[in-house]
Design a protein around this ligand. Structure first.
Ligand SMILES: O=C1O[C@H](COP(=O)(O)O)[C@@H](O)[C@H](O)[C@H]1O
Length: 311
């Protein structure tokens, strides 16, 4: 009898042990599943959250960051965005004063030349300026005017007298002074709006590219032109990127715009994009692109995947 009770007890202990180890096994199994599937997802959503924060702009008003899968996607979004700004500005002020840059940005604006924008945009209200220009003849291969004319302006019904390019027969200094004078006349007639917080012009949109060294317009790292506070347009004769002679909008003018768009593409600009937009430490050199902080206007970065790869 005792033996029987003993053996019954040991059987039930064995059953309990078995159930317990089964339970342990199930727990381990699910924990394993958690590690393999759920945890990475939580991790990813955490990263995604961070990335989204970059999309929405974070701490130091680095603006909105739009990251695109391809150049085609970027061009489509860029054309849409410019068309929206043009519509809003024409509705509000009756004009759209837009400053272009040179370089890759022009070919990325190509979609504006086709449907639906060729029909829907009120081109007669567009006034064209340049955020920077190389001091070369208008038909020179380095001319930002020529680039825009060949690939954009010649394909759009823009009124010729609304296109304000620099006088290419002057020295860099004279060209900068004359260009500023032209802008002053147009501010007086409010074709170009005026900033409510500075005495600067308030362009409806300034479009900028960024070089791999973080330069924007013709504002290069460690160049004295970055310090210019009084002039609207300044000149340089020692550009590290050829050609050496250029005119450029100053930082106060860029930061007074109603809208600033910076378009950056390619892996060669990934590090500069990180330093211009990302959260960087005080040891990081301050790039001209990081000095773009519109006082009241809106800043939007248009990046492709490669340029955004280090954000
Ligand atoms: O020299 C210049 O370079 C920048 C950047 O050009 P990208 O071809 O690298 O996009 C351009 O934005 C600026 O207008 C131009 O003069």
């Amino acid at each position: 009898m005792y033996q029987l009770v003993q053996s019954q007890q040991s059987v039930s202990i064995h059953v309990i042990k078995l159930i317990f180890s089964l339970y342990k096994f199930i727990l381990i199994f699910y924990f394993n599943q958690f590690l393999h599937h759920l945890l990475p997802r939580i991790h990813l959503s955490f990263l995604f959250g961070l990335r989204k924060m970059a999309h929405m702009g974070s701490s130091k008003n680095r603006g909105e960051v739009r990251i695109h899968e391809s150049l085609d996607e970027l061009s489509t979004d860029l054309a849409d965005y410019i068309a929206e700004l043009s519509e809003a500005s024409v509705k509000e002020r009756g004009f759209f004063a837009i400053a272009l840059s040179g370089g890759s940005i022009i070919s990325l604006m190509r979609n504006l030349c086709g449907a639906p924008y060729n029909k829907t945009v009120d081109w007669s209200k567009w006034y064209i300026f340049w955020a920077d220009e190389r001091v070369v003849a208008k038909n020179h291969v380095d001319s930002n005017y020529k680039l825009a004319k060949d690939h954009l302006l010649s394909k759009l019904p823009i009124v010729p007298s609304h296109v304000h390019s620099i006088n290419d027969s002057l020295t860099a200094e004279e060209a900068a002074n004359e260009y500023e004078f032209v802008i002053r006349q147009l501010v007086r007639t409010r074709v170009v709006d005026v900033s409510e917080v500075s005495d600067c012009p308030k362009f409806d949109l300034i479009l900028l590219g960024m070089g791999p060294d973080g330069h924007v317009a013709s504002l290069f790292p460690n160049h004295s032109a970055l310090e210019e506070k009084n002039e609207w347009v300044t000149f340089i004769t020692t550009s590290p990127k050829p050609p050496p002679e250029r005119i450029t909008f100053t930082l106060p003018v860029i930061n007074s715009a109603a809208n600033v768009v910076v378009v950056v593409t390619g892996g060669g600009k990934a590090e500069a994009s990180r330093m211009a937009i990302g959260d960087v430490g005080p040891e990081c050199p301050v790039l001209p692109a990081r000095m773009i902080e519109p006082t009241v206007g809106k800043l939007v970065w248009f990046l492709d995947n490669q340029a955004a790869s280090k954000l």
